[in-house]
Design a protein around this ligand. Structure first.
Ligand code: ATP
Ligand code: MG
Length: 669
């Protein structure tokens, strides 16, 4: 138990009741969780399979798994659960789907699928022009996370418009049920709900999870909190850690009040505060403390660091966004080649995903390797969605959403009228679309040619279902060949190169499926594997498979919980950070917390960049420095004596880039 201060040690050893560790960034909260896992297993004799640690993102879960692996070399951790809330929920649903109103092989719709379904309903609803699919999706998600079902939503509606939204919510839920499908929100909501009504199921999970640990607790929403409460039981065998100053998901229904609610729900709750920051230099920490002091506080916190003052954080003012990206790239090359820092120690953090594009372009130009988190996920790509839809339909023949996606991909001459009639018929006979294709009753609704085409599609799925189930990778490869998918991609791509790249993604997916099947998912159902894939994203795959020395690019949201020796916090401008909509909606405090999260990711050096103008919708708009920079004492920052001039940055970067390529050439063999 070395490497813990007395308060951390107290938190690790306290197992008599519910515990909240409330502390600022970098104070070792996550470390308390990993060490506590060791303590529970080693000292308290709790079997690893009875311990469950939960965090928010796949990346954070993987990071925690790594830390546990490094720190607990002498403790057996087999069977230990470290997962996201969503994966935990999926596992609960998967165990006995019938108990929660699903059938085996149910499908998991990702955000894109569920938006497509919502669009479909909006198209059917006659007066729904005024409603945008993402807005409705967001609304439904909020309802779900607050445990409001369609009936309640309807009864709470204050006007016609709200009532219409509630009706669409009801339609959406009905479709999910008919498709034997759940969406991401259901992964949390459904388990929490069945635990309310089915005590024996709850008991099973309480026997299983004897100790629960939750990281980043400030970002739990009501449904997640309810799940925690159920699992932890009345005696509250849990440790949760969090920091109200890092609550950055209110827009997605997170309830930082859950920190306070804990005290009401568990009167015996013990609270431990940590005050020493082990991550950052004193100067970086000073900036973070000063900035966040501008927000109102429920809990007073104070953070100090024993690390020396360190370098003064810098502010670099750039001409425009290209110049900004080039400046950062040149700084990165400098750190790498003049100061010998690995690329992997550096991170570029930004407020919005769109800001990444410029950086990607320049990093590529200079041959700087990078990881991009977030971005367009692998699983959001058209070709991957197509192939996944095949897998989903094979695993769950009732998945109508998957059916509709692929029945005519590649083209099979099955037109919209045919599909409408089929859907109508399926609705009246209460069967799935796939099942409806083959019933005799359909004869009255469709001509022979159309029925033949649908029949051929059914036979295609029948033929491949077995082989894909037995050998997912090999079976899927055959299926992709059989439908001529490569040719279809070529027909639909602007160039051969684009088509090739897309097909490579499909090949990647097949390879990955093969690996899963040989590894963790050996005796599992195809549906389990498909649902597992749906919960992952490209980042996990890249991180898991290639590793390597790369600069990290990610949004501030994705950076939560992580740390990097060198951080570039870019786009420090009004309307970017704070974000424009937050200025309009007057939710500056959450933006300030985001900036706080960004600053506190840095261990040794922190560099802010901003531009003087930025292109928006094809026009140059002058930009203004972020108010958050102005909230920091001027002399705590190094503002440089002048703006770096373009050509000098270019020259320096090109020179270093050249050097970099030379090194690359030399080290290739
Ligand atoms: P965040 O709020 O950003 O999630 P955190 O409170 O979870 O931060 P950790 O990530 O656990 O903080 O710890 C920050 C850094 O300090 C890590 O590198 C960790 O290994 C280190 N650390 C934590 N506690 C100690 C300690 N007692 N001694 C030395 N290093 C420590
Ligand atoms: Mg942490």
């Amino acid at each position: 138990m070395s490497g813990l201060n007395p308060r951390q040690l107290e938190a690790v050893r306290y197992t008599d009741g519910p515990l909240l560790v409330l502390a600022g960034a970098g104070s070792g909260k996550t470390r308390v969780i990993t060490q506590k896992i060791a303590h529970l297993i080693g000292q308290k004799g709790i079997a690893p399979r009875h311990i469950c640690a939960v965090t928010f993102t796949n990346k954070a879960a993987r990071e925690m798994r790594e830390r546990v692996g490094q720190q607990l070399t002498d403790v057996k951790t087999r069977g230990l659960t470290i997962s996201t809330f969503h994966t935990l929920g999926l596992n609960i649903l998967r165990r006995e789907p019938e108990r929660v109103g699903l059938r085996q092989g149910f499908s998991l719709l990702d955000a894109q699928d569920s938006e497509a379904l919502i669009k479909e309903h909006l198209r059917h609803a006659q007066d729904a022009d005024a409603i945008s699919p993402p807005a409705l999706q967001h609304r439904i998600s909020r309802w779900k996370n607050d445990f409001i079902d369609p009936t309640q939503a309807l009864s709470q509606a204050e006007d016609d418009f709200e009532a219409r939204l509630a009706a669409l919510y009801a339609d959406y839920e009905r479709s999910l049920k008919a498709y034997n499908a759940v969406d991401f929100d259901d992964l949390i909501l459904t388990p929490a709900q069945v635990f309310r009504t089915q005590p024996d199921l709850l008991q099973h999970w309480r026997d299983r999870i004897r100790y629960l640990l939750v990281d980043e607790y400030q970002d739990t929403n009501s449904a997640q909190y309810e799940l925690v409460r159920h699992l932890a039981g009345p005696e509250g065998a849990f440790t949760v850690v969090g920091d109200d100053d890092q609550s950055i998901y209110a827009w997605r229904g997170a309830r930082p009040e859950n920190l306070i609610r804990l005290k009401d729900d568990y009167p015996t709750l013990k609270v431990i505060m940590l005050e020493q920051n082990y991550r950052s230099t004193a100067r970086i920490l000073g900036l973070a403390n000063t900035l966040i002091a501008n927000n109102p506080h429920v809990f007073k916190k104070r953070l100090w660091s024993e690390h020396g003052p360190g370098e003064k954080p810098r502010v670099i003012q750039c001409k425009d966004e290209t110049h900004e990206a080039e400046t950062v790239a040149s700084e990165i090359l400098h750190l790498k080649y003049a100061e010998n820092m690995p690329f992997g120690d550096m991170a570029i953090l930004y407020r919005g995903n769109h800001q990444a594009r410029q950086f990607e372009k320049v990093l590529r130009e200079y041959n700087i390797p990078y990881f991009l988190s977030g971005g367009t996920s692998f699983f959001a790509r058209t070709e991957i969605k197509d192939v996944m839809a095949y897998l989903r339909l094979l695993a769950n023949p009732e998945d109508d959403a998957a059916f509709l996606r692929i029945v005519n991909t590649p083209r099979r001459e099955i037109g919209p009228t045919t599909l409408e009639r089929l859907a109508e018929y399926a609705r009246t006979t209460e069967t799935s679309l796939l099942a409806a294709c083959e019933t005799a009753g359909l004869n009255a609704h469709l001509g022979e040619r159309q029925r033949d085409r649908l029949g051929a599609f059914v036979r295609l799925t029948d033929t491949h279902r077995q082989s894909v189930t037995a050998d997912p990778a090999g079976g899927l490869r055959n299926l992709v060949d059989a439908i001529g998918y490569a040719g279809w991609l070529r027909e639909n791509a602007s160039s051969q190169a684009v088509a090739d790249r897309r097909f490579e993604n499909v090949t990647d997916l097949i390879g990955w499926l093969g690996k899963l099947h040989k590894g963790d998912f050996q005796n599992k159902r195809l549906a389990d594997m498909v649902n597992h894939l749906t919960l992952m994203d490209v980042l996990d795959r890249q991180d898991e498979e290639s590793g390597g020395d790369r600069v990290h690019l990610m949004t501030l949201h994705a950076a939560k919980g992580l740390e990097f020796p060198q951080v570039f916090l870019v786009g420090m401008e009004e309307e970017l950070l704070p974000h424009r909509t937050s200025i309009e909606e007057d939710s500056i405090e959450e933006e300030r917390r985001l900036a706080y999260v960004g600053i506190t990711r840095a261990r040794k050096t922190l560099t802010f960049t901003l531009t003087r103008r930025r292109k928006r919708y094809g026009e140059w708009i002058p930009s203004e420095p972020s108010r958050f920079l102005n909230e920091l004492p001027k002399d705590a920052l190094d503002w440089g004596d002048r703006t770096p001039d373009d050509s000098a940055v270019e020259r320096k970067a090109r020179g270093l880039s050249h050097l970099h390529m030379m090194k690359g050439l030399l080290s290739d063999d």
